[in-house]
Design a protein around this ligand. Structure first.
Ligand code: ATP
Length: 614
């Protein structure tokens, strides 16, 4: 991890810590010399020579003290610099890993989510970060420099054996405690799942979204109970572990410290009593012996930082390892030539060929031998009941998951053989839960093609095609308005307005090279009529583009070139609206039920309206 620190910063920090660590040793030397000179100064008192009798000792003591005070603040300044450098590099790696390198299937695995939560917790400064760990580790040089200085002083006064004794005692305590801390760190890591639950509840309860429901439904006591229960599930094993792994070893190690320190002090007292030590030696050794004794406590500048910060760094390293396992191509037999993936022509048909898909850890096949062809330049609407697998189909098409069996091809080329990034550039998707970035309108639209983010004409053209230009122009700062009222001059958008922005984003991709447009029910917040109008407009605007539209309400997509009904993991029916109605099958049945319900709702609305008017 220290490789992430700029060499100049690292060298300067280590040098500073060594200086700050050794200055107390110089102070001990100065004060001891001062004490030793006191009798001579007293003798010279009144004869005007008492300052001269003290010699340079006061200067050494005061100089060491003042310099120590002056340099100490720079320790935290340089420590902060190390923290920033390491965290900056790590956060870039974490973003790359979580947002692109890790396959989506991995991001849905419990174990990976736990690791991710630990890594993210570290970077969000919920716990010490890897940068804090690096700064804390470097800060230890001050402690060890001081220990070395103290041991040398004891050795000079009492001999090499007592010098070695104080050093070894301090190191034994230190490494004993470090071991305890590491074991405690492992326990903490094993509780990642529980910790994630508590963190989720705290984050949710701290946000504004839940406030309305909490008031309306009187959820507060229930939330309190849930929080207490989850917090106990996490904290009780942690506390028990702290007693077992930290407290009792601490008591035992304190005994070791007492033995080593006590032996040295007894030796010192004995040598002092028999007159074989001068006042200077006695003072030096007495003060020096106290320094190793401080190794009996945890170091506030380093211990928690290295334990938790390293855990976050290790979590990042494990995520990168998982991502790497997916990146490594399967070894090819030596006799077979390595084939380069060929990008399919953009105007070929896309086919699902006998595609079966199970989510990791699930026995149920969501798609079960599905065959489906998406015709180039035409719109295909995919409809079906809740849980029929419509979104799953989109995920396979977008290569966020790979089929368990069968394949998806574009112009005959298996998508699995293509680099995912190249395929992604061919697609524009609006997901059900598309991201509403708290950024400017320009950036929200420009996300469709980040390399065209500054091409205002392209952004406007996309907004115009999506019917969002008027909306954008009415914003307080036009395209530069932040789409969140939480920022100065920013504004919130309605669900429908957001959909238009998302559509502009997708159309920008199409304008600049994407050849397949996918809409996964981005109209959930619209009423029936608005949804139908949205899809009609969409179909008009994207004529000639290969598009896939997922919809709940059958009536909304009746104008699609082809409608596909998904059921039991397969295509149950397909055709135009008219063909499917004529056929009188599942589509016709569900369409009629939905149409009747809609007509009834309209009659009810009208009756309520008339009652109110009377
Ligand atoms: N990440 C996942 N892990 C395990 N099962 C999942 C996952 N995502 C979806 N499923 C399951 O797969 C099935 C199909 O889900 P999918 O979201 O594809 O349906 P859908 O037709 O889009 O439904 P809806 O109309 O409600 O959006 C459901 O039974 C769902 O529970």
């Amino acid at each position: 991890m220290l490789r992430l620190v700029h060499p100049g910063t690292l060298t300067a920090t280590v040098a500073l810590h060594i200086a700050v660590g050794l200055l107390p040793i110089a102070f001990i030397a100065g004060t001891s010399r001062l004490i030793a000179r006191v009798p001579a100064a007293l003798a010279a008192h009144g004869q005007g020579g008492h300052w001269a009798a003290l010699g340079l000792a006061p200067l050494l003591a005061v100089g060491a003290f003042v310099l120590h005070q002056l340099l100490t603040p720079f320790q935290s300044v340089l420590g902060e610099l190390i923290t920033r450098q390491v965290d900056g590099a790590c956060i870039t790696r974490l973003m790359g890993c979580a947002l692109t390198d890790l396959p989506v299937a991995e991001l849905e695995r419990q174990e990976v989510l736990d690791i991710l939560s630990d890594a993210r917790g570290g970077f969000e400064r919920v716990a010490p970060t890897p940068g804090d760990a690096a700064a804390g580790a470097v800060a230890l040089t001050a402690r060890y420099a001081q220990l070395a200085g103290a041991a040398v002083m004891v050795a000079l006064v009492l001999g090499p054996l007592p010098g070695a004794l104080v050093a070894v005692t301090a190191l034994l305590i230190r490494f004993g405690q470090r071991g305890s801390l590491d074991r405690f760190g492992l326990l903490r890591r094993s509780l990642a799942g529980q910790r994630r639950k508590v963190a989720y509840l705290r984050r949710t309860a701290g946000g504004s979204a839940i406030a309305k429901e909490t008031r309306m439904l009187g959820l507060l006591p229930w939330l309190h109970r849930l929080h207490t229960q989850d917090a106990r599930g996490y904290l009780e094993p942690l506390w028990a572990g702290r007693r077992r792994l930290l407290f009792w070893p601490f008591v035992a190690l304190s005994g070791v410290g007492l033995l080593g320190g006590g032996t040295t002090l007894v030796l010192l007292a004995d040598r002092g009593a028999d007159g074989s030590l001068s006042l200077l030696q006695l003072s030096v050794a007495l003060q020096a012996v106290l320094i190793p004794m401080r190794f009996g406590v945890y170091f506030p500048e380093s211990d928690v930082q290295t334990r938790d910060g390293l855990a976050a760094y290790e979590a990042l390293a494990r995520l990168e390892e998982i991502a790497e396992q997916h990146r490594t191509p399967a070894p090819q037999p030596v006799s077979q030539p390595v084939s380069q993936p060929v990008l399919p022509p953009p105007d070929g048909p896309i086919r699902f060929e006998g595609v079966t898909f199970r989510y990791p850890g699930s026995e149920r096949a969501v798609l079960d031998g599905l065959d489906l062809e998406l015709l180039p330049g035409r719109s295909t609407a995919v409809v079906g009941l809740n849980g029929a697998g419509k979104t799953t189909l989109v995920k396979l098409l977008a290569r966020l998951h790979e089929p368990t069996r069968g394949r998806v091809t574009a112009a005959g080329v298996d998508l699995a053989a293509l680099p995912a990034a190249a395929w992604h550039r061919r697609i524009a998707v609006i997901f059900q839960d598309f991201t509403r970035y708290q950024l400017t309108a320009a950036e929200n639209i420009g996300m469709g093609r980040p390399d065209r983010l500054h091409d205002r004409d392209a952004l406007r053209a996309a907004a115009e095609r999506a019917g969002a230009l008027e909306l954008v122009e009415k914003l307080p700062h036009g395209l530069d308005t932040v789409l969140s009222a939480q920022y100065d001059g920013g504004t919130d958008l309605s669900g429908g307005q957001w959909q238009r922005i998302a559509l502009s984003r997708a159309l920008l991709s199409v304008q600049t090279g994407a050849t397949l447009l996918i809409l996964d029910e981005p109209t959930a917040q619209l009423d029936v009529r608005a949804e139908a109008a949205f899809f009609d407009r969409f179909l008009d605007m994207t004529r000639g583009v290969t598009s896939v539209i997922i919809a709940h309400r059958f009536s909304s997509v009746r104008r699609a070139d082809r409608i596909v009904v998904l059921a039991d993991g397969k295509v149950a029916e397909s055709g135009t609206h008219e063909q499917l109605m004529e056929r009188g099958g599942r589509y016709a049945e569900l369409f009629t039920i939905q149409a009747e319900r809609f007509a009834q709702e309209q009659r009810d609305d009208l009756a309520t309206h008339l009652d109110g008017a009377r």
